[in-house]
Design a protein around this ligand. Sequence first.
Ligand SMILES: *[C@@H]1O[C@H](CO)[C@@H](O)[C@H](O)[C@H]1NC(C)=O
Ligand SMILES: *[C@@H]1O[C@H](CO)[C@@H](O)[C@H](O)[C@H]1NC(C)=O
Ligand SMILES: *[C@@H]1O[C@H](CO)[C@@H](O)[C@H](O)[C@H]1NC(C)=O
Length: 334
Amino acid sequence: MLFKNLLAAAALAATAFAAPTAEKRQAQKLKWFGINESGAEFGEAVIPGAYGTEYIWYDKSTIDQFIAQGMNMFRLNFLMERLTPTLTGALDKAYLGNLTEQVDYITSKGAYAMIQPHNYGRFNGTIITDTAGFKTWWQNVAAQYKNNSLVVFDTNNEYHDMDQTLVFNLNQAAIDGVRAAGATSQYITPEGNSWSGAWTWVSSGNAASLVNLKDPENKLVYQMHQYLDTDGSGTHAECVSATIFSERLQAATQWLKDNGKLGVIGEFAGGVNTQCIAALQDGLSYLDANNDVWLGAIWWAAGPWWADYMYSMEPTSGPAWSGILPSIKSYFLS
Ligand SMILES: *[C@@H]1O[C@H](CO)[C@@H](O)[C@H](O)[C@H]1NC(C)=O
Ligand SMILES: *[C@@H]1O[C@H](CO)[C@@H](O)[C@H](O)[C@H]1NC(C)=O
Ligand SMILES: *[C@@H]1O[C@H](CO)[C@@H](O)[C@H](O)[C@H]1NC(C)=O
């Protein structure tokens, strides 16, 4: 999801909860029940920008609250340009330090942390064409986390309006860079062109192209995004129908099955209303029924600066924390 405006900071009142037991997590219907943590990519007009002014990292007490609800996957948004001022340059110590602090906190609780450059296949405003440089970027970043098997590498958020061969080549370069770093135990999630939409995965040409990605460790999980509004953009509170989520997943599900691949819904959301809740439940039930190929789903979004944003699941003030989470968590937990 593209979100341009920095929202006003909202004060947080957070309460720590105990982490769920390992047994409870193993009993999940879907491997991953997750949340997008958004804020470190905010203020992208100001690079590098300042922590607390242009961008923000995530509150550990809210991470605890999500874990207490059964969540075990955190998709961590950040900007490539803040981590490395040039594509192949050195990592910024402070920004990396913050990212690593969050990764270590999340994974110390037994949950997964997804490293997610929120860059749409662009760097400094330009489509990345330097695939060798992109491989180096990933090799440098993955080297930081190579010992941690609860880290998941997301090649890039939502490629769009790009040459399909380039999208393939960037994904392959990312996979090659991660593995060259010696990070061999982690999952990697390639994303597709056309904003990585599940509903257009086959019709956009992503399916035919990205089926040929190669991972020597065989740990690819194709990441697709799915919103339920009329244009699939995730910018409206209304959902098209009570069955739109499962309908939009069908072609991609068949593709995963036909090709022996795994998938994850890396972003999904709907507004707090009866029709959207019905659609969310129907779609999650469909994912449960097809959990041989779908590993899970990750809500869009949380983060300290979303204020009253319609999809915010930030504890405890986000509308979706009280309006959606209680109605969907049973689809993840046994
Ligand atoms: C970023 O792009 C601007 C022009 O848009 C250019 O002046 C600048 O040198 C670029 N920075 C890097 C690090 O490539
Ligand atoms: C997080 O970022 C802030 C601001 O740049 C910095 O002062 C701090 O040292 C960083 N934290 C870590 C653990 O690196
Ligand atoms: C990763 O493993 C190497 C070699 O076993 C070790 O030296 C290093 O301290 C480990 N790093 C972390 C972050 O655990």
